[in-house]
Design a protein around this ligand. Structure first.
Ligand code: F6P
Length: 611
Protein backbone atom coordinates (compact mmCIF):
# COMPACT_ATOMS: atom_id res chain seq x y z
CA UNK A 1 0.00 0.00 0.00
CA UNK A 2 1.35 3.45 -0.92
CA UNK A 3 2.37 5.66 1.98
CA UNK A 4 -0.13 8.39 2.87
CA UNK A 5 2.63 10.46 4.45
CA UNK A 6 0.59 10.57 7.67
CA UNK A 7 2.46 10.72 10.96
CA UNK A 8 0.59 7.64 12.24
CA UNK A 9 2.63 5.52 9.85
CA UNK A 10 5.90 6.40 11.56
CA UNK A 11 7.66 4.09 14.03
CA UNK A 12 7.57 6.88 16.62
CA UNK A 13 3.76 6.96 16.48
CA UNK A 14 3.48 3.17 16.68
CA UNK A 15 5.91 3.11 19.58
CA UNK A 16 3.77 5.61 21.49
CA UNK A 17 0.64 3.57 20.74
CA UNK A 18 2.31 0.53 22.30
CA UNK A 19 3.45 2.64 25.25
CA UNK A 20 -0.15 3.56 26.20
CA UNK A 21 -0.70 0.20 27.89
CA UNK A 22 2.34 0.70 30.16
CA UNK A 23 1.13 4.13 31.19
CA UNK A 24 -2.40 2.94 31.86
CA UNK A 25 -0.98 0.45 34.37
CA UNK A 26 0.62 3.21 36.45
CA UNK A 27 -1.49 5.49 38.62
CA UNK A 28 -0.54 9.17 38.98
CA UNK A 29 -0.26 8.55 42.73
CA UNK A 30 2.70 6.34 42.00
CA UNK A 31 4.20 8.69 39.41
CA UNK A 32 3.93 11.63 41.81
CA UNK A 33 5.89 9.78 44.48
CA UNK A 34 9.01 9.95 42.30
CA UNK A 35 10.47 13.35 43.19
CA UNK A 36 13.19 13.08 40.56
CA UNK A 37 10.61 12.56 37.85
CA UNK A 38 8.55 15.49 39.14
CA UNK A 39 11.58 17.76 39.22
CA UNK A 40 12.40 16.90 35.62
CA UNK A 41 8.88 17.96 34.66
CA UNK A 42 9.21 21.54 35.85
CA UNK A 43 10.38 24.21 33.42
CA UNK A 44 11.04 27.87 34.07
CA UNK A 45 11.26 30.65 31.53
CA UNK A 46 11.30 34.43 31.96
CA UNK A 47 9.42 34.35 35.26
CA UNK A 48 6.94 31.62 34.26
CA UNK A 49 6.92 28.19 35.88
CA UNK A 50 5.36 25.19 34.16
CA UNK A 51 4.78 22.03 36.18
CA UNK A 52 3.59 19.11 34.08
CA UNK A 53 4.37 16.36 36.59
CA UNK A 54 0.67 15.56 36.91
CA UNK A 55 0.46 14.33 33.34
CA UNK A 56 -0.03 10.60 32.83
CA UNK A 57 3.45 10.35 31.41
CA UNK A 58 6.93 9.23 32.36
CA UNK A 59 10.33 10.47 31.30
CA UNK A 60 10.21 7.66 28.76
CA UNK A 61 6.94 9.04 27.36
CA UNK A 62 8.74 12.32 26.70
CA UNK A 63 11.60 10.60 24.96
CA UNK A 64 9.08 8.93 22.72
CA UNK A 65 7.18 12.19 22.14
CA UNK A 66 10.47 13.81 21.16
CA UNK A 67 10.98 11.08 18.60
CA UNK A 68 7.49 11.77 17.29
CA UNK A 69 8.36 15.46 17.02
CA UNK A 70 11.42 14.47 15.00
CA UNK A 71 9.40 12.16 12.76
CA UNK A 72 6.87 14.96 12.19
CA UNK A 73 9.71 17.39 11.34
CA UNK A 74 8.54 19.75 14.06
CA UNK A 75 11.75 21.77 14.22
CA UNK A 76 11.81 22.26 10.45
CA UNK A 77 8.15 23.32 10.42
CA UNK A 78 8.72 25.88 13.19
CA UNK A 79 11.65 27.27 11.20
CA UNK A 80 9.56 27.41 8.03
CA UNK A 81 6.92 29.41 9.86
CA UNK A 82 9.43 31.94 11.18
CA UNK A 83 11.13 32.22 7.82
CA UNK A 84 7.93 33.26 6.07
CA UNK A 85 7.38 30.14 3.93
CA UNK A 86 3.82 29.80 2.67
CA UNK A 87 2.98 27.04 5.13
CA UNK A 88 -0.73 27.86 4.92
CA UNK A 89 -0.74 26.03 1.61
CA UNK A 90 -4.49 25.89 1.01
CA UNK A 91 -4.62 29.69 1.08
CA UNK A 92 -1.11 30.11 -0.32
CA UNK A 93 -0.03 32.36 2.57
CA UNK A 94 2.80 32.72 5.02
CA UNK A 95 1.98 32.57 8.72
CA UNK A 96 3.83 35.43 10.31
CA UNK A 97 1.94 36.70 13.35
CA UNK A 98 5.34 36.54 15.10
CA UNK A 99 6.41 39.50 12.93
CA UNK A 100 3.67 41.62 14.53
CA UNK A 101 5.62 41.73 17.79
CA UNK A 102 9.15 41.53 16.45
CA UNK A 103 11.43 44.23 17.89
CA UNK A 104 11.99 47.26 15.69
CA UNK A 105 15.00 46.66 13.50
CA UNK A 106 14.68 42.86 13.33
CA UNK A 107 14.33 41.05 10.03
CA UNK A 108 11.50 38.67 9.13
CA UNK A 109 10.95 38.06 5.45
CA UNK A 110 7.84 37.26 3.51
CA UNK A 111 8.43 36.70 -0.21
CA UNK A 112 11.93 38.05 0.17
CA UNK A 113 10.75 41.32 1.75
CA UNK A 114 11.44 42.26 5.36
CA UNK A 115 7.98 42.91 6.82
CA UNK A 116 9.12 44.33 10.17
CA UNK A 117 9.46 47.96 8.92
CA UNK A 118 5.85 47.78 7.62
CA UNK A 119 4.69 46.47 10.99
CA UNK A 120 6.38 49.33 12.80
CA UNK A 121 5.06 51.90 10.37
CA UNK A 122 1.53 50.88 11.37
CA UNK A 123 2.45 50.71 15.08
CA UNK A 124 3.86 54.24 14.87
CA UNK A 125 0.70 55.41 13.16
CA UNK A 126 -1.40 53.81 15.91
CA UNK A 127 0.74 55.46 18.58
CA UNK A 128 0.32 58.83 16.93
CA UNK A 129 -3.44 58.46 16.43
CA UNK A 130 -4.16 57.06 19.89
CA UNK A 131 -2.04 59.79 21.48
CA UNK A 132 -4.05 62.41 19.62
CA UNK A 133 -7.39 60.91 20.62
CA UNK A 134 -6.32 60.43 24.22
CA UNK A 135 -4.86 63.92 24.57
CA UNK A 136 -7.95 65.53 23.04
CA UNK A 137 -6.10 66.81 19.96
CA UNK A 138 -8.52 64.71 17.87
CA UNK A 139 -12.10 65.61 18.74
CA UNK A 140 -15.53 64.62 17.49
CA UNK A 141 -17.86 66.54 15.19
CA UNK A 142 -19.11 68.73 18.03
CA UNK A 143 -15.63 69.44 19.38
CA UNK A 144 -15.76 67.05 22.32
CA UNK A 145 -12.96 64.57 23.17
CA UNK A 146 -13.70 60.96 22.27
CA UNK A 147 -13.69 58.92 25.46
CA UNK A 148 -15.73 55.90 24.37
CA UNK A 149 -14.50 53.46 21.77
CA UNK A 150 -16.66 50.78 20.18
CA UNK A 151 -14.61 48.10 18.42
CA UNK A 152 -16.86 46.48 15.83
CA UNK A 153 -15.65 43.07 14.66
CA UNK A 154 -16.28 39.36 15.07
CA UNK A 155 -14.32 36.11 15.50
CA UNK A 156 -10.60 36.77 15.37
CA UNK A 157 -11.34 40.45 14.93
CA UNK A 158 -12.97 40.49 18.36
CA UNK A 159 -12.13 37.72 20.80
CA UNK A 160 -8.38 38.27 21.11
CA UNK A 161 -8.75 42.02 21.81
CA UNK A 162 -11.58 41.28 24.25
CA UNK A 163 -9.39 38.76 26.11
CA UNK A 164 -6.53 41.25 26.44
CA UNK A 165 -8.83 44.11 27.41
CA UNK A 166 -10.49 42.03 30.12
CA UNK A 167 -7.10 40.95 31.43
CA UNK A 168 -5.73 44.51 31.47
CA UNK A 169 -8.84 46.19 32.81
CA UNK A 170 -7.83 46.05 36.44
CA UNK A 171 -4.12 45.64 35.93
CA UNK A 172 -3.41 48.70 33.84
CA UNK A 173 -2.79 50.52 37.06
CA UNK A 174 0.20 48.24 37.61
CA UNK A 175 2.95 50.74 38.32
CA UNK A 176 5.42 48.77 36.20
CA UNK A 177 3.28 49.29 33.14
CA UNK A 178 2.46 52.94 33.46
CA UNK A 179 4.97 54.59 35.76
CA UNK A 180 6.43 56.80 33.00
CA UNK A 181 2.88 57.61 31.89
CA UNK A 182 0.98 58.70 35.01
CA UNK A 183 -1.64 60.39 32.87
CA UNK A 184 -2.66 56.96 31.57
CA UNK A 185 -4.07 56.02 34.96
CA UNK A 186 -6.04 59.22 35.20
CA UNK A 187 -7.41 59.12 31.70
CA UNK A 188 -8.12 55.41 31.66
CA UNK A 189 -10.65 55.79 34.43
CA UNK A 190 -12.72 58.13 32.27
CA UNK A 191 -12.41 55.99 29.15
CA UNK A 192 -14.40 52.97 28.11
CA UNK A 193 -13.76 50.32 25.49
CA UNK A 194 -16.79 48.42 24.19
CA UNK A 195 -17.01 45.50 21.78
CA UNK A 196 -19.81 44.99 19.27
CA UNK A 197 -19.64 41.56 17.66
CA UNK A 198 -22.96 39.80 17.42
CA UNK A 199 -25.37 40.80 14.68
CA UNK A 200 -28.12 40.26 17.23
CA UNK A 201 -29.82 43.68 17.59
CA UNK A 202 -29.56 43.22 21.34
CA UNK A 203 -25.78 43.49 21.14
CA UNK A 204 -26.13 46.80 19.27
CA UNK A 205 -28.68 48.09 21.75
CA UNK A 206 -26.51 47.10 24.73
CA UNK A 207 -23.54 48.88 23.21
CA UNK A 208 -25.19 52.17 22.41
CA UNK A 209 -27.55 52.45 25.33
CA UNK A 210 -26.23 55.23 27.52
CA UNK A 211 -23.50 56.14 25.05
CA UNK A 212 -23.19 59.63 23.68
CA UNK A 213 -22.33 59.63 19.95
CA UNK A 214 -20.61 62.97 20.46
CA UNK A 215 -17.90 61.33 22.54
CA UNK A 216 -17.78 57.96 20.75
CA UNK A 217 -15.25 56.65 18.26
CA UNK A 218 -16.10 53.49 16.33
CA UNK A 219 -13.30 51.25 15.06
CA UNK A 220 -14.49 48.90 12.32
CA UNK A 221 -12.24 45.84 12.48
CA UNK A 222 -12.43 43.40 9.60
CA UNK A 223 -9.68 41.71 7.67
CA UNK A 224 -11.91 41.33 4.62
CA UNK A 225 -14.18 44.32 5.22
CA UNK A 226 -17.00 42.15 3.91
CA UNK A 227 -18.02 39.99 6.90
CA UNK A 228 -21.81 40.21 7.00
CA UNK A 229 -22.21 40.73 10.76
CA UNK A 230 -19.47 43.33 11.06
CA UNK A 231 -20.55 45.36 8.06
CA UNK A 232 -24.19 45.41 9.15
CA UNK A 233 -23.20 46.48 12.67
CA UNK A 234 -20.86 49.11 11.22
CA UNK A 235 -23.65 50.51 9.05
CA UNK A 236 -25.94 50.61 12.07
CA UNK A 237 -23.39 52.57 14.09
CA UNK A 238 -22.72 54.85 11.11
CA UNK A 239 -26.41 55.64 11.00
CA UNK A 240 -26.55 56.20 14.77
CA UNK A 241 -23.65 58.64 14.55
CA UNK A 242 -25.03 60.39 11.48
CA UNK A 243 -28.46 60.75 13.01
CA UNK A 244 -27.13 62.34 16.13
CA UNK A 245 -24.35 64.48 14.78
CA UNK A 246 -25.47 65.35 11.31
CA UNK A 247 -25.84 69.07 11.73
CA UNK A 248 -23.11 69.38 14.27
CA UNK A 249 -25.51 69.20 17.19
CA UNK A 250 -27.33 66.42 18.95
CA UNK A 251 -30.94 65.99 17.85
CA UNK A 252 -33.58 64.86 20.28
CA UNK A 253 -34.07 61.43 18.75
CA UNK A 254 -34.42 58.09 20.44
CA UNK A 255 -32.63 55.29 18.74
CA UNK A 256 -34.19 51.89 18.34
CA UNK A 257 -32.67 48.99 16.51
CA UNK A 258 -34.80 47.47 13.79
CA UNK A 259 -34.90 43.76 13.44
CA UNK A 260 -33.55 43.18 10.00
CA UNK A 261 -31.36 46.03 9.10
CA UNK A 262 -30.53 49.48 10.23
CA UNK A 263 -31.15 51.58 13.24
CA UNK A 264 -34.33 53.57 13.02
CA UNK A 265 -34.40 56.97 14.51
CA UNK A 266 -37.76 57.71 15.98
CA UNK A 267 -39.02 61.24 16.46
CA UNK A 268 -42.40 61.75 18.04
CA UNK A 269 -43.53 58.22 17.16
CA UNK A 270 -42.59 58.82 13.51
CA UNK A 271 -39.95 56.62 12.05
CA UNK A 272 -37.49 58.04 9.57
CA UNK A 273 -34.39 56.62 7.94
CA UNK A 274 -31.35 58.80 8.28
CA UNK A 275 -28.76 59.37 5.59
CA UNK A 276 -25.03 59.17 6.06
CA UNK A 277 -23.37 62.38 7.18
CA UNK A 278 -19.79 62.18 5.86
CA UNK A 279 -18.32 64.82 8.21
CA UNK A 280 -19.62 62.97 11.26
CA UNK A 281 -18.42 59.60 9.94
CA UNK A 282 -14.97 61.01 9.17
CA UNK A 283 -14.53 62.19 12.76
CA UNK A 284 -16.13 59.26 14.53
CA UNK A 285 -15.21 56.17 12.51
CA UNK A 286 -11.88 54.58 11.64
CA UNK A 287 -11.02 51.16 10.21
CA UNK A 288 -8.65 48.23 10.57
CA UNK A 289 -8.37 46.03 7.51
CA UNK A 290 -6.01 44.12 5.23
CA UNK A 291 -3.10 45.99 3.73
CA UNK A 292 -4.54 49.25 2.51
CA UNK A 293 -2.04 50.04 -0.16
CA UNK A 294 -2.43 50.43 -3.88
CA UNK A 295 -1.45 46.77 -4.15
CA UNK A 296 -4.61 45.94 -2.25
CA UNK A 297 -6.74 48.57 -3.87
CA UNK A 298 -9.82 46.42 -3.37
CA UNK A 299 -9.77 46.86 0.42
CA UNK A 300 -8.91 50.56 0.24
CA UNK A 301 -11.96 51.01 -1.97
CA UNK A 302 -14.20 49.12 0.43
CA UNK A 303 -13.10 51.31 3.31
CA UNK A 304 -13.47 54.48 1.26
CA UNK A 305 -16.85 53.45 -0.09
CA UNK A 306 -18.01 52.94 3.45
CA UNK A 307 -17.17 56.57 4.13
CA UNK A 308 -14.00 56.15 6.17
CA UNK A 309 -11.00 58.18 5.09
CA UNK A 310 -8.32 55.64 4.05
CA UNK A 311 -5.85 57.82 5.97
CA UNK A 312 -7.77 56.80 9.07
CA UNK A 313 -7.44 53.12 8.26
CA UNK A 314 -4.84 50.89 9.89
CA UNK A 315 -3.42 48.03 7.92
CA UNK A 316 -2.53 44.44 8.57
CA UNK A 317 -1.50 41.78 6.13
CA UNK A 318 -2.76 38.58 4.55
CA UNK A 319 0.02 36.68 6.35
CA UNK A 320 -1.86 37.32 9.62
CA UNK A 321 -4.65 34.82 10.26
CA UNK A 322 -7.79 36.34 11.80
CA UNK A 323 -7.49 34.39 15.05
CA UNK A 324 -3.80 35.26 15.30
CA UNK A 325 -4.37 38.97 14.68
CA UNK A 326 -4.63 40.43 18.19
CA UNK A 327 -1.03 41.73 17.97
CA UNK A 328 -1.84 43.60 14.74
CA UNK A 329 -3.88 46.81 14.53
CA UNK A 330 -6.90 44.55 15.24
CA UNK A 331 -5.97 44.54 18.92
CA UNK A 332 -3.30 47.20 19.17
CA UNK A 333 -5.51 50.08 17.99
CA UNK A 334 -8.49 49.66 20.33
CA UNK A 335 -6.23 48.68 23.24
CA UNK A 336 -3.94 51.69 22.68
CA UNK A 337 -6.95 53.98 22.58
CA UNK A 338 -7.96 52.62 25.97
CA UNK A 339 -4.64 52.12 27.74
CA UNK A 340 -2.11 54.12 25.75
CA UNK A 341 0.42 52.68 23.32
CA UNK A 342 3.23 52.12 25.87
CA UNK A 343 1.10 49.60 27.79
CA UNK A 344 0.26 47.74 24.60
CA UNK A 345 3.92 47.78 23.58
CA UNK A 346 4.69 45.86 26.79
CA UNK A 347 2.09 43.30 25.78
CA UNK A 348 3.82 42.90 22.39
CA UNK A 349 7.19 42.51 24.12
CA UNK A 350 5.81 39.71 26.30
CA UNK A 351 4.55 37.85 23.23
CA UNK A 352 7.88 38.43 21.49
CA UNK A 353 9.81 36.94 24.41
CA UNK A 354 7.86 33.70 23.96
CA UNK A 355 8.42 33.82 20.18
CA UNK A 356 12.20 33.87 20.70
CA UNK A 357 11.94 31.10 23.27
CA UNK A 358 9.73 28.98 21.00
CA UNK A 359 12.13 29.37 18.12
CA UNK A 360 15.35 28.69 19.99
CA UNK A 361 14.84 26.73 23.23
CA UNK A 362 15.56 22.99 23.16
CA UNK A 363 12.33 21.01 23.08
CA UNK A 364 12.74 19.69 26.64
CA UNK A 365 12.76 23.29 27.94
CA UNK A 366 10.39 24.79 25.38
CA UNK A 367 7.03 25.72 26.93
CA UNK A 368 4.82 25.74 23.79
CA UNK A 369 6.49 22.57 22.46
CA UNK A 370 6.01 20.68 25.73
CA UNK A 371 2.40 21.79 25.97
CA UNK A 372 1.72 20.92 22.33
CA UNK A 373 3.27 17.46 22.62
CA UNK A 374 1.27 16.78 25.78
CA UNK A 375 -1.93 17.69 23.97
CA UNK A 376 -1.10 15.28 21.15
CA UNK A 377 -0.39 12.58 23.75
CA UNK A 378 -3.67 13.20 25.57
CA UNK A 379 -5.85 13.44 22.46
CA UNK A 380 -4.40 10.95 20.01
CA UNK A 381 -2.96 8.33 22.35
CA UNK A 382 -4.80 8.45 25.66
CA UNK A 383 -8.05 9.30 23.85
CA UNK A 384 -9.08 12.36 25.90
CA UNK A 385 -10.88 14.63 23.41
CA UNK A 386 -11.34 17.72 25.59
CA UNK A 387 -9.21 20.15 27.55
CA UNK A 388 -10.28 22.52 30.33
CA UNK A 389 -8.58 25.90 30.60
CA UNK A 390 -8.88 27.01 34.21
CA UNK A 391 -7.30 30.32 35.13
CA UNK A 392 -7.40 31.12 38.83
CA UNK A 393 -7.76 34.78 37.95
CA UNK A 394 -10.97 36.61 37.13
CA UNK A 395 -8.98 38.92 34.86
CA UNK A 396 -8.33 35.92 32.61
CA UNK A 397 -12.03 35.13 32.25
CA UNK A 398 -11.86 35.59 28.47
CA UNK A 399 -8.82 33.37 27.95
CA UNK A 400 -10.85 30.20 27.49
CA UNK A 401 -13.39 31.91 25.19
CA UNK A 402 -10.50 33.20 23.07
CA UNK A 403 -8.87 29.78 22.89
CA UNK A 404 -12.14 27.86 22.63
CA UNK A 405 -14.62 30.55 21.69
CA UNK A 406 -18.24 30.38 22.47
CA UNK A 407 -19.08 30.44 18.79
CA UNK A 408 -17.36 27.23 17.83
CA UNK A 409 -16.51 28.35 14.32
CA UNK A 410 -13.70 30.62 15.23
CA UNK A 411 -11.12 29.96 17.86
CA UNK A 412 -7.39 29.82 18.18
CA UNK A 413 -7.47 26.13 18.91
CA UNK A 414 -10.73 24.77 17.55
CA UNK A 415 -10.71 26.70 14.28
CA UNK A 416 -7.03 25.93 13.81
CA UNK A 417 -6.93 22.25 14.59
CA UNK A 418 -10.55 21.23 14.05
CA UNK A 419 -9.66 19.44 10.82
CA UNK A 420 -10.51 16.05 9.32
CA UNK A 421 -7.79 15.85 6.65
CA UNK A 422 -4.04 16.23 6.56
CA UNK A 423 -2.37 19.25 4.96
CA UNK A 424 -2.19 17.13 1.80
CA UNK A 425 -5.92 16.42 1.88
CA UNK A 426 -5.70 12.83 3.16
CA UNK A 427 -8.50 11.86 5.62
CA UNK A 428 -7.06 11.44 9.12
CA UNK A 429 -7.37 7.97 10.66
CA UNK A 430 -6.64 9.45 14.11
CA UNK A 431 -8.27 12.11 16.24
CA UNK A 432 -6.85 15.63 15.93
CA UNK A 433 -7.97 18.85 17.57
CA UNK A 434 -9.55 19.10 20.97
CA UNK A 435 -12.65 20.55 22.56
CA UNK A 436 -11.51 23.49 24.65
CA UNK A 437 -13.62 25.05 27.33
CA UNK A 438 -13.17 26.71 30.67
CA UNK A 439 -14.08 29.22 33.32
CA UNK A 440 -12.05 30.98 35.92
CA UNK A 441 -11.60 29.24 39.24
CA UNK A 442 -13.16 29.11 41.69
CA UNK A 443 -16.43 29.70 39.78
CA UNK A 444 -15.90 26.61 37.64
CA UNK A 445 -15.51 24.47 40.77
CA UNK A 446 -19.16 25.12 41.54
CA UNK A 447 -20.38 24.08 38.10
CA UNK A 448 -18.59 21.62 35.83
CA UNK A 449 -15.73 20.36 38.03
CA UNK A 450 -17.95 17.52 39.29
CA UNK A 451 -17.68 15.92 35.84
CA UNK A 452 -13.92 16.43 35.79
CA UNK A 453 -13.48 14.79 39.21
CA UNK A 454 -15.80 11.82 38.94
CA UNK A 455 -17.11 11.72 35.36
CA UNK A 456 -15.11 12.07 32.16
CA UNK A 457 -11.35 12.42 32.19
CA UNK A 458 -10.53 15.92 30.95
CA UNK A 459 -6.93 17.11 31.06
CA UNK A 460 -6.83 20.50 32.77
CA UNK A 461 -4.63 23.58 32.43
CA UNK A 462 -4.46 25.33 35.80
CA UNK A 463 -3.16 28.90 35.50
CA UNK A 464 -2.28 30.82 38.65
CA UNK A 465 -0.84 34.26 39.35
CA UNK A 466 1.51 34.90 42.29
CA UNK A 467 0.77 38.58 42.76
CA UNK A 468 -2.82 39.72 42.39
CA UNK A 469 -3.66 42.83 40.37
CA UNK A 470 -5.60 43.97 43.41
CA UNK A 471 -4.21 45.08 46.74
CA UNK A 472 -4.86 42.66 49.57
CA UNK A 473 -7.93 43.67 51.55
CA UNK A 474 -8.75 42.46 55.05
CA UNK A 475 -5.20 43.12 56.11
CA UNK A 476 -5.60 41.55 59.55
CA UNK A 477 -6.60 38.20 58.04
CA UNK A 478 -3.92 35.56 57.67
CA UNK A 479 -5.47 34.32 54.46
CA UNK A 480 -6.39 37.03 51.94
CA UNK A 481 -8.89 36.68 49.11
CA UNK A 482 -6.00 35.97 46.81
CA UNK A 483 -4.56 33.32 49.15
CA UNK A 484 -8.00 31.72 49.28
CA UNK A 485 -8.16 31.69 45.48
CA UNK A 486 -4.67 30.23 45.22
CA UNK A 487 -5.38 27.59 47.88
CA UNK A 488 -7.84 26.18 45.39
CA UNK A 489 -5.35 26.51 42.53
CA UNK A 490 -2.90 24.33 44.47
CA UNK A 491 -5.48 21.87 45.79
CA UNK A 492 -7.42 20.97 42.64
CA UNK A 493 -4.57 19.36 40.66
CA UNK A 494 -3.79 17.02 43.57
CA UNK A 495 -7.44 16.14 44.05
CA UNK A 496 -7.56 15.14 40.38
CA UNK A 497 -4.27 13.26 40.44
CA UNK A 498 -4.61 11.37 43.73
CA UNK A 499 -8.36 11.00 44.11
CA UNK A 500 -9.70 9.25 47.18
CA UNK A 501 -9.83 5.49 47.64
CA UNK A 502 -12.56 3.37 49.30
CA UNK A 503 -9.97 2.39 51.93
CA UNK A 504 -9.44 6.01 52.88
CA UNK A 505 -13.19 6.53 53.08
CA UNK A 506 -13.65 3.48 55.30
CA UNK A 507 -11.00 4.81 57.65
CA UNK A 508 -13.01 8.03 57.83
CA UNK A 509 -16.07 5.98 58.82
CA UNK A 510 -18.01 6.93 55.71
CA UNK A 511 -21.23 4.83 55.66
CA UNK A 512 -20.90 1.86 53.33
CA UNK A 513 -23.81 2.99 51.12
CA UNK A 514 -21.88 6.16 50.28
CA UNK A 515 -18.46 4.63 49.60
CA UNK A 516 -18.84 4.36 45.82
CA UNK A 517 -20.41 7.83 45.63
CA UNK A 518 -17.55 9.39 47.53
CA UNK A 519 -14.74 7.53 45.80
CA UNK A 520 -12.53 9.56 43.47
CA UNK A 521 -10.62 7.41 41.02
CA UNK A 522 -7.89 10.06 40.58
CA UNK A 523 -5.31 9.53 37.83
CA UNK A 524 -6.71 12.59 36.05
CA UNK A 525 -4.03 14.61 34.29
CA UNK A 526 -3.43 18.33 34.64
CA UNK A 527 -0.66 20.87 34.35
CA UNK A 528 -0.01 24.03 36.31
CA UNK A 529 1.34 27.28 34.96
CA UNK A 530 2.35 29.90 37.50
CA UNK A 531 2.74 33.54 36.40
CA UNK A 532 4.58 36.06 38.59
CA UNK A 533 1.90 38.72 38.07
CA UNK A 534 -0.64 39.78 35.52
CA UNK A 535 0.63 42.82 33.69
CA UNK A 536 0.65 43.60 29.98
CA UNK A 537 3.93 41.73 29.49
CA UNK A 538 2.74 38.48 31.12
CA UNK A 539 -0.54 38.63 29.24
CA UNK A 540 1.44 38.80 25.99
CA UNK A 541 3.47 35.78 27.10
CA UNK A 542 0.37 33.77 27.90
CA UNK A 543 -1.24 34.57 24.56
CA UNK A 544 1.86 33.54 22.59
CA UNK A 545 2.24 30.29 24.56
CA UNK A 546 -1.27 29.22 23.59
CA UNK A 547 -0.87 30.35 19.97
CA UNK A 548 2.33 28.35 19.54
CA UNK A 549 0.99 25.34 21.39
CA UNK A 550 -1.78 25.12 18.79
CA UNK A 551 0.82 25.34 16.00
CA UNK A 552 2.90 22.54 17.56
CA UNK A 553 -0.14 20.27 17.74
CA UNK A 554 -1.04 21.01 14.12
CA UNK A 555 2.54 20.47 12.94
CA UNK A 556 2.70 17.06 14.63
CA UNK A 557 -0.75 16.00 13.43
CA UNK A 558 0.26 17.07 9.94
CA UNK A 559 -2.72 19.35 9.42
CA UNK A 560 -3.03 22.96 8.29
CA UNK A 561 -3.72 24.94 11.48
CA UNK A 562 -4.00 28.18 9.58
CA UNK A 563 -6.98 27.79 7.26
CA UNK A 564 -10.67 27.60 8.22
CA UNK A 565 -12.68 26.18 5.34
CA UNK A 566 -15.09 24.63 7.83
CA UNK A 567 -16.75 27.98 8.50
CA UNK A 568 -17.69 28.62 4.88
CA UNK A 569 -20.63 26.25 4.40
CA UNK A 570 -22.71 27.82 7.18
CA UNK A 571 -21.95 31.29 5.80
CA UNK A 572 -23.13 30.45 2.28
CA UNK A 573 -26.29 28.74 3.54
CA UNK A 574 -27.04 31.88 5.60
CA UNK A 575 -26.73 33.93 2.39
CA UNK A 576 -29.37 31.71 0.78
CA UNK A 577 -31.68 32.16 3.77
CA UNK A 578 -31.05 35.92 3.85
CA UNK A 579 -32.10 36.16 0.17
CA UNK A 580 -35.23 34.16 0.87
CA UNK A 581 -36.18 36.35 3.84
CA UNK A 582 -35.64 39.45 1.75
CA UNK A 583 -37.77 38.12 -1.12
CA UNK A 584 -40.55 36.86 1.15
CA UNK A 585 -40.77 40.13 3.06
CA UNK A 586 -40.83 42.12 -0.16
CA UNK A 587 -43.46 40.26 -2.11
CA UNK A 588 -44.55 37.41 0.15
CA UNK A 589 -43.23 34.99 -2.48
CA UNK A 590 -43.12 31.26 -1.79
CA UNK A 591 -40.34 29.64 0.16
CA UNK A 592 -38.31 27.63 -2.31
CA UNK A 593 -35.18 25.52 -2.32
CA UNK A 594 -35.23 24.42 1.32
CA UNK A 595 -35.94 21.07 2.91
CA UNK A 596 -39.20 20.47 4.74
CA UNK A 597 -37.77 21.24 8.16
CA UNK A 598 -36.10 24.54 7.25
CA UNK A 599 -39.07 25.65 5.12
CA UNK A 600 -41.46 25.03 8.03
CA UNK A 601 -39.29 26.94 10.48
CA UNK A 602 -38.85 29.82 8.03
CA UNK A 603 -42.59 30.03 7.43
CA UNK A 604 -43.25 30.16 11.16
CA UNK A 605 -40.59 32.84 11.60
CA UNK A 606 -41.93 35.00 8.78
CA UNK A 607 -45.52 34.72 9.90
CA UNK A 608 -44.89 35.27 13.57
CA UNK A 609 -42.61 38.26 13.05
CA UNK A 610 -45.05 40.17 10.84
CA UNK A 611 -46.33 42.46 13.57
O1 F6P B 1 -15.27 32.90 11.15
C1 F6P B 1 -14.35 32.94 10.14
C2 F6P B 1 -13.56 34.21 10.03
O2 F6P B 1 -13.12 34.31 8.73
C3 F6P B 1 -12.41 34.29 11.02
O3 F6P B 1 -11.31 33.56 10.66
C4 F6P B 1 -12.22 35.76 11.15
O4 F6P B 1 -11.46 36.12 12.27
C5 F6P B 1 -13.65 36.22 11.24
O5 F6P B 1 -14.35 35.39 10.34
C6 F6P B 1 -13.86 37.68 10.90
O6 F6P B 1 -13.39 38.00 9.63
P1 F6P B 1 -13.04 39.50 9.19
O7 F6P B 1 -11.93 39.99 10.05
O8 F6P B 1 -12.64 39.41 7.75
O9 F6P B 1 -14.27 40.32 9.38
Amino acid sequence: MASSGLVCETDAWKDLKAHVEDIKKTHLRELMSDAKRCQSMMVEFDGLLLDYSRQCATVDTFNKLNKLAEAAHLKEKINLMFSGERINSTENRSVLHVALRAPRGSVINSDGKNVVPDVWQVLDKIKDFSDRVRSGAWVGATGKPLTNVIAIGIGGSFLGPLFVHTALQTGYLDAKDISPYPEAAQLASSRKLHFLANVDPIDVARNITGLNPETTLAVVVSKTFTTAETMLNARTIREWISAALGSGKIFGFDVVVSEVSLVKVVEKEKSKEVGIIPEAVAKHMVAVSTNLTTLHYFYTQLVEKFGIDPNNAFAFWDWVGGRYSVCSAVGVLPLSLQYGFPVVEKFLQGASSIDQHFRSAPFEKNLPVLLGLLSVWNVSFLGYPARAILPYSQALEKLAPHIQQACPDDSVSMESNGKGVSIDGVPLPYEAGEIDFGEPGTNGQHSFYQLIHQGRVIPCDFIGVVKSQQPVYLKGELVSNHDELMSNFFAQPDALAYGKTPEQLLKENVPSNLITHKTFSGNRPSLSLLLPSLNAYNIGQLLAIYEHRVAVEGFVWGINSFDQWGVELGKSLATQVRKQLHASRKNAGPIEGFNFSTATLLTRYLEASKD
